[in-house]
Write a protein that binds this ligand. Structure first.
Ligand code: F6R
Length: 611
């Protein structure tokens, strides 16, 4: 969704702002703009489309020198992507950039129109600019407070006032905003990568707090207008982590990091014991869990599907996986003793936040599995387990998924330990097996040419099925999402045995199938389903293990599937860690071959902070 940056210091602000906006491009956007002080006047430059259009416009100007400004990448919600709807919005006295949605903007607009204000754009955000202008009488904090009292919805706002050419003001509710603390310079940003080049120290602005920022000083006021002290956090992500480092796309780089970050996520949580340091959840609480509800969106929800398989198997506790946007309005039966697990890379997904709040209302314990330190979800759950994926820049989630499932396994092992279902030795064996998967992942990555070749043969199709049974079915759900979001090929996941109950009518020579069959016990069943597809002219790419290929396919491989990819032999319980890798690569190469914008697929945003 929209990205916000702000800078005040000694450097030329447009350069710093553009730099920050480039780092936020991954969030998805369709226009961009900056507002900066020049000779004590506010100057606004904005443009539809890619950041380069904005950069070209900035370069058309005489040499700008400005040390304070705000910038924005807009992902259209109210009003089409256009120059006029781009941010910053403003009046003569101020300029704002906004991320979020103002729900009551229409009555506020009416009110402002009746007071003689004119609107240039169709956005909800312009209402904020004019409302601020209305309340502004030389006291920015007063005006911001008045505006906040009137508005409903979500917002992260960066504001500059003409009377204060060396200050940025910021306020937030339900949309992310951090304040970067540098030396003789300070920043605001939607996300950490935007400031990493300059500083790794940051403060998280909480709901309703207002920040007043100069190059030397950061003042934060709470809702009662009192100055408060805030903790300064240190990001452990280095700047390089937010660079492509020679890879053509962030997505490919992030897939290649998966082996390493699997280790980096597991290792800190195992020192002979699984050492989650819960503050609010006791072993007793865990022992009395009746059911686990996993909530998340998209890929995070798919990690929950793997979690369900593993937790039910190892802990004998029923698990239900909920799409967060459905859960928040559902009448799901929840018991106080149920445990809620929320999974989110960004920790800012609006639907997951709302679902988590609803779960809290039932009085259940909540654990969040999150990648971004200090993000909103970490602050509304009873306990947090961090994944250590580092910044994930590509909109399509890959490495975050892998470590989300790693945490599902660790949690399953931990719960089964507390319930006396597993011994210390067995836990140690399982952890060491998980760590050994790094090698197998790298083995697949070294064999990526084979996948490229499959993608070459498949990239012309417009429809595809992914089928599987059991764990393979859950992996297939994620594989299919990856393909459709970045290559724009329509694909669906089907439980292999379900295909014959309807959807098999779609199979023709133009409707191929990717069949995941990595479970020896279910392989014969999968084989029957594959035959059903082949006999209807459907082309099949089979993903299976080396062992199955050797034992069950031996000399008749070609009769069974048109293409076969063999995964290094892996215990079936742990197959998701390795089976997802060729499928992520397949989606990636398909998108590249179709000329798609892999890291920034159309219509998508990295962090979905609106409902
Ligand atoms: C798909 C993808 C999305 C996210 C979803 C949840 O590749 O990235 O489906 O997984 O929007 O985002 P988080 O994990 O940030 O809550």
């Amino acid at each position: 969704m929209c990205g916000i940056v702000g800078y005040v210091g000694e450097k030329n602000s447009p350069e710093v702002l553009i730099d920050g906006l480039k780092k936020l491009e991954y969030r998805g956007y369709d226009s961009a703009g900056i507002a900066f002080f020049e000779e004590n006047e506010i100057n606004i430059i904005k443009s539809r489309g890619k950041l380069q259009n904005l950069i070209n416009k900035i370069n058309e100007n005489k040499k700008i020198h400005s040390t304070c400004g705000i910038g924005h990448t807009r992902w259209a919600t109210h009003g089409e992507p256009s120059h006029i709807n781009s941010h910053p919005h403003g009046s003569k006295t101020l300029a704002i950039v906004h991320n979020g949605i103002i729900e009551n903007y229409l009555p506020l607009k009416e009110e402002l129109l009746s007071k003689g204000y004119n609107f240039l754009s169709q956005t909800d955000s312009e209402v904020l600019a004019l409302l601020l202008d209305y309340y502004y009488e030389k006291d920015p904090i007063f005006a911001v407070n008045k505006m906040v009292e009137k508005i409903k919805g979500s917002y992260a706002l960066g504001i500059i006032f003409r009377d204060y050419p060396e200050k940025i003001f910021a306020v937030k509710r339900d949309s992310p905003l951090i304040i970067g603390k540098g030396k003789g310079e300070n920043f605001i940003a939607s996300d950490i990568p935007a400031i990493l080049k300059y500083t790794n120290k940051y403060i998280i602005l909480e709901e309703g707090e207002i920040a007043e920022i100069t190059k030397e000083c950061i003042r934060i006021y709470n809702r009662d207008n009192q100055l408060i002290e805030k903790e300064i956090l240190t990001a452990t992500w280095d700047e390089n982590a937010a660079e492509k480092n020679g890879f053509p796309h962030f997505m490919l780089k992030e897939i290649y990091e998966e082996g390493e970050i699997l280790r980096k996520t597991i290792s800190p949580y195992y020192d002979g014991n699984i050492n989650f340091k819960f503050q609010n959840i006791t072993d007793e609480n865990i022992n009395s869990i009746k059911k686990i509800h996993i909530i998340g969106c998209g890929t995070a929800m798919h990690a929950g599907l793997i979690g369900k398989n593993i937790i039910e198997k190892l802990c004998k506790i029923p698990v239900e996986v909920h799409i967060a946007s459905e859960f928040r309005y559902s009448e799901t039966v929840i018991d106080k003793q149920d445990l809620i697990l929320a999974i989110s890379q960004s920790g800012e997904t609006a639907d997951t936040i709302a679902a988590l709040k609803k779960a809290g209302d039932y009085g259940c314990r909540t654990i969040a599995v999150v990648n971004v330190l200090g993000s909103s979800i970490t602050r509304i759950s009873d306990d947090v387990i961090y994944t250590f994926a580092g910044p994930e820049i590509s909109v399509a989630s890959t490495k975050a998924y892998l470590v989300q499932i790693a945490i599902m396994y660790l949690l399953a092992l931990k719960i089964s330990e507390i319930k006396n279902l597993i011994s210390e030795n067995e836990i140690a064996e399982n952890i060491s097996y998980m760590l050994s998967l790094e090698k197998k992942i790298n083995q697949i990555l070294n064999n990526s040419d084979k996948i490229k070749h499959f993608a070459y043969d498949f990239h012309g199709y417009e429809n595809l099925f992914y089928i599987g049974r059991g764990l393979d079915y859950s992996i297939a759900a994620e594989a299919s999402l990856k393909l459709k979001e970045i290559s724009y090929i329509h694909s669906e996941t089907y439980a292999a045995g379900e295909l014959k109950h309807g959807a098999i009518s779609l199979i023709t020579k133009d409707f191929p199938v990717i069949a995941l069959a990595t479970d020896e016990n279910l392989f014969d069943k999968m084989l029957s389903n594959i035959k059903e597809i082949k006999s209807r002219g459907g082309k099949v790419l089979l993903i299976t293990t080396e062992n199955i290929a050797k034992e069950k396919l031996s000399d008749r491989k070609e009769d069974i599937a048109d293409y076969i990819f063999q995964i290094p032999e892996t215990k079936h319980l742990f197959i998701p860690f390795v089976a997802i890798i060729p499928l992520q690569l397949f989606a990636y190469y398909m998108a590249v071959l179709r000329g798609c914008d892999v890291d920034k697929p159309r219509n998508l945003a990295k962090s979905v902070t609106v409902e």
